[in-house]
Design a protein around this ligand. Structure first.
Ligand code: MN
Ligand code: MN
Length: 313
């Protein structure tokens, strides 16, 4: 019998029952016949402050039990438009960042080399770098849309080059992303120093701060979003949201975006070819009433909607 790649029926198995997978989708091997893989990357060995993101894939699977597949704003039924599966978690080594990077790059390569797109649930933001390395091998430099409170272009910390606050700098320096087609959304202070912005200025990265987004009507900001042609990747650090909307994260910053603003931004993005996306920095031990988990599930839903609308990689 061929697999349906549909969420488990809530009438047959109520939403509190069943084995927890992303959106109650079937578990599949990467080589099976489907379009988009959802995976977990449970690793938080790159954090500088509060840990816990290693537990995010488990939380997001659980909270996504209530996730539904019809996008009302777009009149789009995502699980009718494409076949989506939970392919489980990427192998990691909780004691070694370098080994984990190798495992992530290999795992993501296996997905893209089988002609599929993906959304991953991290993990801290250090996990995005090996994902981008795998994508560059397949597609060359990608366009990069980065939601975050932080620039993540910071220097080495405690003598360590690779950590969650430095991945975007490495992505630019390693030539993994097209920095002229790179956009950061949700950035705000306080910064460590006035020279923190030098890196993005030097590389012509388009930075949309919360002040930029809020200075006029939201609709006016949405009209300024560029179109993205060619292979594009979205990395969504949950801390772009205000701590009121996402308290469960490693380095919260007050004065952030609302979940509604983020939904509107997602629905205004025009992306010709979205090859992959991630949601990172969800830290369940610091969450309250699964608020952050719900924000992550909603983001996952909007990312899948963008994928359903963009052409196949
Ligand atoms: Mn980040
Ligand atoms: Mn951040």
């Amino acid at each position: 019998m061929s697999k349906e790649f549909k969420p488990l029926s809530g009438r047959e198995f109520p939403r509190f029952s069943g084995i927890k997978t992303f959106f109650r989708l079937p578990i599949a091997d990467v080589n099976e016949e489907f379009d988009v893989a959802i995976l977990g990357i449970p690793f938080d060995g790159g954090v500088s402050y509060r840990p816990g993101a290693r537990f995010a894939p488990t939380l997001v699977r659980e909270v996504s039990s209530l996730g539904r597949g019809f996008n009302m704003a777009r009149a789009l039924s995502i699980f009718d438009k494409m076949k989506v599966a939970d392919i489980g978690d990427c192998p990691t080594n909780p004691l070694d960042l370098a080994q984990t990077y190798e495992k992530i790059e290999k795992f993501i390569s296996s997905i893209v080399n089988s002609g599929k797109r993906f959304v991953s649930v991290g993990g801290d933001h250090s996990t995005t770098l090996p994902v981008l390395r795998a994508l560059e091998k397949k597609y060359g430099k990608v366009n990069f849309i980065h939601f975050d409170a932080h620039l993540d272009t910071y220097p080495a910390a405690w003598g360590m080059e690779f950590h969650h606050g430095a991945f975007a700098r490495h992505a630019v320096e390693e030539g993994l992303v097209n920095s002229g087609k790179m956009m950061q959304i949700g950035i705000r202070g306080p910064l460590a120093g006035g020279d923190d912005l030098d890196f993005v200025k030097k590389h012509n990265v388009h930075v949309a701060t919360v002040d930029d987004i809020r200075k006029g009507h939201l609709q006016d900001f949405l009209k300024t979003l560029p179109e993205f042609k060619g292979p594009t990747y979205i990395s969504f650090d949950i801390d772009c949201l205000d701590p009121a909307f996402a308290p469960g994260t490693g380095t919260p910053v007050p004065g952030g975006l609302t979940t509604y603003e983020v939904q509107q931004i997602f629905r205004s993005l025009k992306i010709e070819n979205l090859v992959g996306a991630d949601i990172v920095e969800v830290s369940p031990p610091y969450d309250q009433s699964q608020i952050t988990g719900m924000a992550a599930v909603d983001t996952l839903f909007e990312l899948l909607s963008l994928m359903a609308l963009s052409k196949k990689g």
